[in-house]
Design a protein around this ligand. Structure first.
Ligand code: 3EB
Length: 312
């Protein structure tokens, strides 16, 4: 993650920017061939940050129906944005997106999908089984069919508030398999009981990439399968960080945060920013690369979620 607006270096697979309304959709290609994504999550930092994925190889790129992709050195970055209104609503649009992802991935040499991000509008609207996140989970599971079963990628699913209401799915795939990591403090998401919806969320808590980096899934204040510390922002944040540390330990990686652990923090309420800043100043060394943005967590009672990377 960096704040510089430098031109893209050779070997740039993808550049992700947060904030701004995507006037021509979320995905595009730069003149170097990198995949460029502008994601409609409002940054809460003074300086706009972006995330860059590098490979040690030449990068080429293209488009296949709605999927934009860039590849190089055995890695593939790809993205898809659907207007859910044009695809029958969030469940049908998600099924369509994941069926397209699966069909596309089946034809790529980088066939292992290791990490997926999902951003959708109004994630908590609707009650019970028709809450939009649960419809999203149902659509994802239907679109994938038996794809990913037993090999779930690490993932994030966060609500945005963009009036364009796009469903944006982007992912990282590799020619080599990764190694899934589960968190001993949390029930694996695909085993969540029925109360969380008819289709359990299919994702792994973490994924060790072939190069050794750990992809950390969206991590919130959930222990077992229960949301903890409802209404208490500070305690939710501490629990989320404790979950990430448990995941690092489970992955045999150094527990704790530093310049090797870039994190993205999604806040439901901008008013929690001062409390977040104060708590992070106590918990994280100042060298930890951070992105903070507005984003709605998939359970209405959760106020904060964190995802990121840990490089060896
Ligand atoms: C959780 O742990 C919080 O549905 O892909 C985190 C990461 C969450 C990914 C997903 C959901 C997803 O259940 C929510």
């Amino acid at each position: 993650m960096s704040a510089a607006a430098a031109p893209l270096a050779p070997g740039t697979l993808a550049r992700l920017d947060f904030g701004g309304v995507p006037s021509h959709g979320a995905a595009a290609h730069s003149n170097t061939g990198a995949l460029r994504l502008r994601l409609p999550l409002v940054p809460l930092m003074d300086a706009a940050m972006h995330e860059i994925w590098h490979v040690q190889a030449a990068v080429s790129s293209g488009q296949c129906d709605a999927i934009h992709w860039a590849r190089g050195g055995g890695w593939l970055a790809a993205a898809l944005e659907l207007d859910e209104a044009a695809h029958g609503g969030i469940e049908a649009a998600t099924a369509r997106a994941y069926a397209a992802l699966r069909a596309f991935q089946a034809l790529q040499p980088e066939r292992h999908v290791l990490r997926v991000w999902n951003y959708l509008a109004d994630i908590n609207a609707g009650a019970g089984d028709v809450e939009r996140y649960k419809l999203f989970c149902a659509g994802r599971s239907r679109g994938l069919g038996d794809g990913f079963v037993g090999a779930y990628p690490a993932a994030t699913a966060i609500g945005h508030r963009d009036p364009m209401r796009g469903l944006i799915v982007y992912w990282l795939a590799c020619a080599q398999p990764g190694m899934r990591v589960e968190n001993p403090r949390q029930l694996s998401a695909w085993r969540y009981p029925r109360q969380y919806g008819p289709a359990a969320p299919g994702f792994a808590r973490g994924m060790r990439l072939p190069a050794g980096t750990l992809a950390i899934s969206g991590t919130a204040s959930i222990v077992g399968h229960a949301s903890l510390h409802v209404g208490d922002f500070d305690a939710q944040l501490q629990e989320s960080l404790a979950n990430i540390e448990a995941l690092l330990a489970a992955a045999d990686m150094p527990v704790g945060f530093d310049a090797h652990a870039p994190l993205k923090v999604y806040l439901r309420r901008a008013q929690d920013l001062p409390a977040l800043r104060a708590a992070l100043a106590r918990r994280l060394p100042p060298t930890t690369p951070l992105q903070i943005m507005l984003g709605d967590v998939c359970r209405a009672e959760l106020l904060v979620e964190i995802d990121g990377w840990r490089t060896p």
